[in-house]
Design a protein around this ligand. Sequence first.
Ligand SMILES: Cc1ncc(COP(=O)(O)O)c(C=O)c1O
Length: 422
Amino acid sequence: MLSTAHEKAARARDAADPLRQFRDEFVIPPHGAGEQLYFCGNSLGLQPRATRQALLDELDDWGQLGVEAHFRGRHPWMPYHAEVRAHLAELVGAQPEEVVAMNSLTVNLHLMMVSFYLPTSDRPAILIEKNAFPSDRYAVESQIRFHGFDPATDLIELDADEPSGTISLAAIERILDQHGKRIALVLLPGVQYLTGQAFDLKRVTDLARLKGCVVGWDLAHAVGNIRLNLHDSGADFAVWCSYKYLNSGPGAVAGCFVHERHAQAMLPRFAGWWGNDQATRFRMGPEFKATPGADGWQLSNPPILALAPVRVSLEIFHRAGQSRLQDKSAELTGYFAGLLETELPHIVHIATPCEAQRRGCQLSLRVKGPRDAGRRLFEHLTSNGIVVDWREPDVIRAAPTPLYNRYSDCLGFVQAVRDWAA
Ligand SMILES: Cc1ncc(COP(=O)(O)O)c(C=O)c1O
């Protein structure tokens, strides 16, 4: 057993947590007579209590107003996507016109590559990290082939150069020095899904743009997790999903950023009527003239029932405030890492970088010992109501999120690992 001093300290931290009330705004899944210790916000965030009512409100508006709800609903559907814009921009450090909530992540990635991956025979390549999330890899390979190039030569993969499988800035510099002139697009993750490593968006973007590359970011594991300043980073585009740290529900409407400098650009794009100039959209004319900014990449009218949870969630982030969330996240994950290092040094190894600025809240853990030890620990945790996830070949991911996790959750996790080892 861990000492009562540990328990007292964790409880004291929970009591002093300025964000502690936010936990009550979420539905914590039950485990037996108690609650799960939920560390899986990196995969599917928990349900905000307000989401149910927001959905019922939309159903009622539909029921009571029919098509008129486009203009007379509590949250009129016609400008609905614009209702989430301000909070979305605030969350990712962008100007309002630079962001839009639409589609899903991989769809947005393809739409962005249609506009921003413009390969030539001199510069045909895309740079991604080795072990990139499979969907990103499939998307970039298919784009390379679509343009008549060959992923065997034109997909360049950035190897990990640090012992735990993470990537140094020096390695990024080296690969850009070596291949930069051939690279049309650099597509990297804000936070790498397997290792939990956070990248310095601005420094990497600067390095890549110096070599003449276009830069896009997959922020699936970064949005709602680390502080983002997308506009200042200078990135050309970014995409993300909203079902992880953004707590907007399974398959939720995703997000997209297009830097202001492209707001009016005549880029190739796949078009749809909702991206057409808002002033003339309903004249139903044959000509497409893109709305300036990220809105111009929209295809369809927004799915209101899917956007309502995004609106609810972003409002919670707005109230909690970026600074408080970042402060708690660094402290909570630092506390968790400290406990793992002092109480379980012989059992788990933390693959995620230890420097606070090189990680968000996710810690990727490898279990020491026989090959199947990691999987066995994962199963033990799951059957005891401690929800983490397993990523092949050998990683347990655990993410204490600042909106609903407690210091005592981290202690409970460590206690469960000790019980398993004993
Ligand atoms: C890093 C990363 N990229 C892409 C995706 C694919 O997202 P979607 O299925 O929403 O397109 C995921 C999903 O978890 C992811 O983690």
